[in-house]
Design a protein around this ligand. Sequence first.
Ligand code: PLP
Length: 382
Amino acid sequence: MIYFDHNATTPVLPEAAAAMQPWLSEHYGNPSSVHRAGRLARQAVEEAREQVAALVGAQASEVIFTSGGTEADNLALHSVGGLGARLLVGATEHAAVLEAASARAGQGLELDILPVDQNGLIAQSSLAERLRRDVPQLVSIMWANNESGVIQDIAALGDCAQRAGALMHTDAVQAAGKLPIDFAASPVDLLSLSAHKIYGPKGVGALVRKRHVGIAPMLRGGGHEGGLRAGTENLPGIVGFGAAARSARLELEQRQAHVLGLRTRLEAGLAQMPQVRLFAASVPRVANTCQFGLQGFQSEALLMAFDQRGIAVASGSACHAGSGKPTHVLLAMGYDEDTAHSAIRVSLGQQNTAAEVDRFLSELDDILRQQAPAYAAGLFAS
Ligand code: PLP
């Protein structure tokens, strides 16, 4: 199989799997137990906390382990509250932020959505303009978009939010391991991470928070994670996350150079195809991601055709797959439904090769030739 869907999830790195193994079998202590087995487990959790913190330039004490990026986003948004509290979130956020924000709106918070331009960017001036009207308690803008790969100017946006007196949360699930992140030096109060996007295991993530930020726990129970996230720690998952974070930090430049080379090759090939329109091609994007539309085609039919040929790609977010709805990201960028319905996302990873990119391009060409008559006959009309 050719796997081009690394923004949905990545394979677990052999180093991460090897690091996890002993914590699945011989070392099964509970990190909260005071005996030797428990202390050993505690030490492993704290080492992983250091490794995760180091990936994003944070202090270990700022890392709260969660069950993934979704929980980290929810915990960040859950921590806002009080009479008349407002939330301001970007229009192209992941469902974990958008749905958590609308749940908060259902609980009486004021929710505003910040539009993006046709490249998916939020201009500092439009945030500043918005903040002149009302200052929300929290602004949530993702660092890199999971569908388009677009990188927001978090330094400028966070600065703007903080200067107005708001807290800044950023979902860095797709940015970590792809961009250098310096949490300490960034105008960011809360930052979400997920292990399975950086070659770690699924079901583990973290909310990183500056110490002045109050967290309202969602889960109550024992005093785990400083009382902010109750529940016995996912010991093997956390150890795997730590190992994956360490490799991601050490190999960041080399990994990005690899995927950027492949994407450049891919986009040169796509540029030869008249039906292709690249999205957000002229603005900064994470190096592994390429999203494009195929005028006159529907992504669901294309994805199935690719799947039959052993190639895994996506249209947008895995969370929207199968819903039949076009991606909200492209709609927010001002594209019409037909264009949004034609989107394909290729997200490259470390094992991918130039030969795989070439094969993808030739299969795409073949699929387009086969589907064009069917499309003309109305077989793929919505
Ligand atoms: N935020 C972004 C930008 C994502 O891409 C994802 C996963 O697709 C999430 C949050 C959710 O992370 P998790 O799958 O760890 O819950």
